[in-house]
Design a protein around this ligand. Sequence first.
Ligand SMILES: [Zn+2]
Length: 239
Amino acid sequence: MRLIFNSIRFLLRLVWRVLWGLVWSFALSFLIIVGIFYFTTSTESGSAGLSQAVQTAVVRVGQFLDHQGIATGLHTNVETQTDQLTDEHTTTGARWDQAEAAIYIDTDNETFRSAYQDAIGSWNQTGAFTFHIVTDKDKADIIATEMNDGSVSAAGEAESQTNLLTNRFTNVTVRLNGYYLLNNRYGYSYERIVNTAEHELGHAIGLDHNEEDSVMQSAGSFYSIQPADIQAVKDLYQT
Ligand SMILES: [Zn+2]
């Protein structure tokens, strides 16, 4: 009888230790991951940088668990994977004739509408390129609209048509993907939605991806318009 009692007590203690061990190693790994993001990807220092690092860590750990879940067959919802790509833009080398374009905002979603307005305001403020908001869709060079597509892993896209003789844009459509940007699950703050809009408008201007400190980074949407981006627009339109 006593032997059984002792064995049970031993077992309980063992289970308790293992559980604590797991909790501790998880907490410790998370702290290490946050630390790594703080020193590698955060654009701010201090508490702002720390919260950015925590945000990145939560998203990445979430993605990891998603992938693990898929791998072990716990759940098979493939749509939960996203690699937080901003888009899958490929180089066009094209631009507008002048450093300006007429843009029509074609969305009823209030968040997207104001994100586009903020992004347009930010680009206009750089002085390097000017967007004119028009209320007549037919007069627009650029249409700023939305999509809701979980089959692509991109938070947005910019689709351009180019006159191949002159290498000038004839029209561009930019889309923000509500499937990711408006779903709490993916953790996009309003600031990152504006960053995404600035990124897509950057493509509509003629910018390509830039993996340095740039709004044109292909993933993450942690940067707003940076000095390097303004310089890139100036270089593109200097002739
Ligand atoms: Zn892009």
